[in-house]
Design a binder for this molecule. Structure first.
Ligand code: XLS
Ligand code: CA
Ligand code: CA
Length: 435
């Protein structure tokens, strides 16, 4: 195996290890709450950030040292595959995710692009035979090429709609061929920049029809993975149709697509929508729609999608609380995250993944303990509903009339204390007190 990453294999050494580049908490074979850690997580590396990005931003050009970039684009495409498998071998990450265009450049026609893609997919398949690396989910890039400047499925031009359909068809084929656990649709440019110039009725109809065709094709080829929509409120468009989990779920219901899709929840998209990560996970979970997670975080000081690696123990604990309650995910945890532009060495990517995996593993352990403490607090908080009137309300056996007479002469209706401060003590006690 070639040496793009100048490090030894990273392994579990436990919390007392002095070796920074080891897993202190992520122990893939350890059983927690009835499942092995590797099955709770299914950590994945995102091709686009890790192997394609060179650190460009709107103010500056590439900074990263990425020795897999060669003169010839095809050589680069193949070298990136080598880098992927070496990276997974060294970090113990067992899954990856990619868009069609992450693997290789686009040709002049879709036919040509597909041929180029197939060559790289062949190489990936070869590697997969002799390693335990698997595909978490696939997706199509329907936002980078100039043809998608005004949307893909919701473009005002039917040839663009058709082109997007062609790309998705191919990527569903490829995802199935590689045994992907899921397929993600992120509508990066499905939205609007100018409401007055937008035929909202037409665009909604087009979007729904596009998704219907995805379902039809999935069924036709017998792809057994889960279809997922990834909400995001804005960026690159001013307003994206898949704004947040609730918006997507309503759209799916309205267009009779509800049973066919789950959600891929990204932390940074949740915060961009004005929600916490845990809030979005909860909405998805309550509706039986939590399929997968894009694990990252934003920066409170910056208002955009910074896609940073998640290292905040509170955040991962609250997220894992929801995942625990969901009894895991259909897919897994994809690090849709990038190292900072000034962290230029390939090894920086290793540090980022290892530290984030560990902080999620720690989050899982803490969430198990936290759940034990929080459950009785929730029960106590709602305990008045065990009263006769409470049960009647819950069972739908009372009316406005009856309730009105019930409270008419009551003088003292007192709600129990929320105990938020006590909860915060409990949380810190779990995290730092180890109880
Ligand atoms: C961009 C999205 C994108 C999707 C996959 O903000 O997060 O990367 O995850 O197309
Ligand atoms: Ca994402
Ligand atoms: Ca993002």
């Amino acid at each position: 195996m070639c040496m793009y990453f100048n490090i030894d294999k990273v392994v579990y050494e436990g919390p007392s290890s002095k070796n920074l580049l080891s897993y202190k908490f992520y122990n893939p074979d350890e059983e927690i709450a009835g499942k092995k850690m590797r099955d709770w997580f299914r950590f994945a590396v995102a091709y686009w950030h890790t192997f394609n990005s060179r650190g460009e931003d709107p103010f500056g050009s590439a900074t990263f040292e990425r020795p897999w970039f060669k003169k010839d684009p095809m050589d680069t495409a193949f070298a990136k595959v080598d880098a992927l498998f070496e990276f997974c071998e060294k970090t113990g990450i067992e899954y990856f995710t990619f868009h069609d265009r992450d693997l290789a450049h686009e040709g002049l026609t879709l036919r040509e692009s597909n041929k180029i893609l197939d060559k790289v997919v062949e190489k990936i398949k070869e590697y997969m035979k002799s390693s335990n690396v698997k595909l978490l989910w696939g997706t199509a890039n329907l936002f980078s090429h100039p043809r998608y400047a005004q949307g893909a499925a919701t473009s005002p031009n039917p040839f663009v709609f058709a082109y997007a359909a062609g790309q998705v068809k191919k990527m569903l084929d490829v995802t199935k061929e590689l045994g992907g656990l899921g397929y993600v649709l992120w509508g990066g440019r499905e939205g609007y920049d100018n409401l007055l110039l937008t035929d909202s009725v037409l665009e909604e109809k087009l979007f729904a029809r596009f998704l219907e065709m995805v379902v039809e094709y999935k069924e036709k080829i017998g792809f057994s993975g889960v279809l997922m929509i990834e909400p995001k409120p804005k960026e690159p468009t001013k307003h994206q149709y898949d704004f947040d989990a609730s918006t997507v779920l309503y759209f799916l219901k309205k267009h009779n697509l509800f049973e066919h899709f789950k959600l891929n929840i990204e932390a940074n998209h949740a915060t961009l929508a004005g929600h916490t990560f845990a809030h979005e996970l909860r909405i998805a979970r309550l509706n039986g729609k939590l399929g997968s997670i894009d694990a990252n975080r934003g920066d409170l000081m910056l208002g955009w999608d910074t896609d940073q690696f998640p290292t905040d123990v509170y955040e991962t604990t609250f997220a894992m609380y929801e995942v625990l309650e969901n009894n895991g995910l259909d897919c897994g945890f994809n690090f849709d995250a990038k190292v900072r532009r000034a962290s230029i060495d390939p090894e920086d990517i290793v540090y980022a993944h290892v530290s984030s995996m560990d902080v999620f593993a720690l989050g899982l352990k803490l969430a198990v303990k936290l759940r034990e403490k929080v459950k009785p607090m929730i029960e106590e908080r709602y305990s008045e509903y065990n009263s006769e009137i409470g049960r009647k309300i819950l069972e739908g056996k009372t009316t406005l009339d009856e309730l009105s007479s019930y409270v008419e002469d009551l003088t003292d209706v007192r709600v129990k204390s929320l105990k938020q401060e006590l909860l915060e003590m409990v949380i810190n006690d779990v995290i730092f007190g180890g109880r």
